[in-house]
Design a protein around this ligand. Structure first.
Ligand code: FAD
Length: 401
């Protein structure tokens, strides 16, 4: 089929995780014909804290209404230095009301988000092939995607196929990858006291322990530990693990009861050398993986989806080739800058927790002290965290792509 001009669709989105689904929905609502190549996703017990810009994008795409009742608002974020270090940072509390918002964002279980996205894609009649992409080949005219039951031919292939992306490998794009000596143990839990819509991060020498509100007296937990200790924790009974987490959280939320569905994720940072090449564009974790610290990963991925949908919709309106080198270069430049700045910030924060180097501990303590004391600096940080000034695609401003 190489060089064939018989197109099955203008664009194919490969991967039906949250980023792939949002990309397909954004394209469909902008009137771009997009084929979704997506086998059923694996069970996912994680939750995602979606920041305000992502929530606006989901509302604009007609998805948020279906998520609302399963999502808990994040009205405040508290950071507690729980290390035994000599130079400890003061406790810092960020309140969304300080920047005129009801909430920084909302936390919800990925299974609810995926169900709402799949339902919206079906409602918009996005064509979906449940096969995995088996091979992806580009030529000067288009891209051929080999599927279980044949092949699809498109002008642009969007790789939303996660951290082991076939699309990325097919386009010959390498990555920079570094792993940390840390594992994130994740699960949800019930507790006696209400969280008051406040997310609490305990910063410890092994990494953060973060409790993020879910509706009612429930929270999700991301506990970053040395790998051996994470293994040992994961092997505990529900009762033992509940006690251990309650102890580590200083009984802040009272008695705890862990729920089923524990996850373990090695912390890694991985960035593709470029985000687009030869009619293949990468979005979400196919382009960048960041550790689950500061709720940035999927929010970055949704900004990829919104930016790309906007560029493709604009090209389509002007009858231009949606897989042109110019479009790919613009996407690459816009998205790499945002992903790189987030990666550096998360990396610095994580390393400052791990280090025994006193000046680094001091610098972290001083930064948090300044953030605590200087209102305008704190508010600027909060605004930047919720919606980066340098990257605000139309969907994140409440407009159609
Ligand atoms: C513990 C933890 C907590 C997190 N918490 C947050 C948070 O609070 N906020 C936040 O913003 N981010 C968070 N993240 C990050 C977030 O989970 C990821 O950024 C997000 O899941 C990435 O979505 P994705 O669609 O890019 O990839 P994935 O969710 O990995 O989806 C990729 C999809 O592609 C499919 N696929 C793979 N290969 C093929 C193929 N050949 N053909 C077709 N389909 C294929 C897979 O089946 C899968 O469905 C967290 C991550 C972790 C590990």
């Amino acid at each position: 089929m190489n060089g064939a001009t018989d197109f099955s669709a203008e664009v194919a989105v490969v991967g039906g995780g949250p980023v792939g689904l949002v990309t397909a929905i954004a394209l469909a609502t902008a009137g771009v014909e997009a084929l979704l190549v997506a086998p059923a996703p694996a069970d996912d017990h994680r939750t995602t804290a979606l920041l305000a810009g992502s929530v606006t994008a989901l509302a604009t795409l007609g998805v948020w209404e279906a998520c609302r009742t399963d999502a808990a608002p994040l009205a405040a974020i508290r950071i507690v230095d729980d290390s035994r270090r000599l130079l400890r940072a003061p406790e810092v509390r960020f309140a969304a009301a300080e920047i005129g918002l009801d909430a920084f964002g909302y936390n919800l279980e990925n299974r609810h988000l995926l169900a709402a996205l799949s339902a919206r894609a079906a409602e918009l009649k996005v064509p979906r092939n449940a096969s995995a992409a088996l091979a992806v080949t580009s030529d000067s005219q288009g891209v051929t995607i080999k599927l279980d039951d044949g092949a699809a031919r498109v002008r642009l292939a969007i790789g939303a196929d996660g951290r082991r992306s076939l699309c990325r490998a097919a386009a010959g794009i390498g990555t920079d990858r570094r792993t940390y000596p840390q594992t994130a143990l994740t699960f949800n839990l019930g507790h006696d006291r209400h969280h008051q819509d406040t997310s609490t991060e305990f910063h410890t020498e092994s990494g953060p322990l973060t409790l993020v509100p879910l509706p009612g007296r429930r929270s999700s937990l991301v506990c970053v530990l040395e790998p051996a200790r994470a293994e040992a924790f994961a092997a505990l009974s529900d009762a033992e693990l509940s006690d251990e987490i309650e102890r580590r959280a200083h009984s802040l939320l009272g008695r705890m009861r862990v729920e089923g569905g524990r996850g373990m994720f090695q912390l890694a940072v991985e960035t593709a050398h470029c985000f687009a090449r030869d009619r293949v564009v990468l979005v979400g974790e196919a382009a960048h993986v960041v550790p689950p610290i500061g709720a940035q990963g999927l929010n970055l991925g949704l900004r990829d989806a919104a930016t790309l949908a906007e560029l493709v919709a604009d090209a389509r309106r002007q009858n231009l080739d949606v897989g042109s080198p110019r479009l790919l270069a613009r996407y690459d430049a816009q998205r790499r800058a945002d992903a790189t700045s987030r990666r550096i910030a998360i990396d610095l924060l994580n390393r400052s927790l791990l280090t025994d180097f006193l000046p680094a501990q001091g610098a972290r303590g001083l930064s948090l002290y300044l953030v605590d004391r200087i209102g305008p600096l704190r508010r600027a940080l909060m605004r930047e965290g919720v919606a980066p000034a340098a990257s605000k695609p139309r969907l994140m401003r409440g407009e159609k792509a």
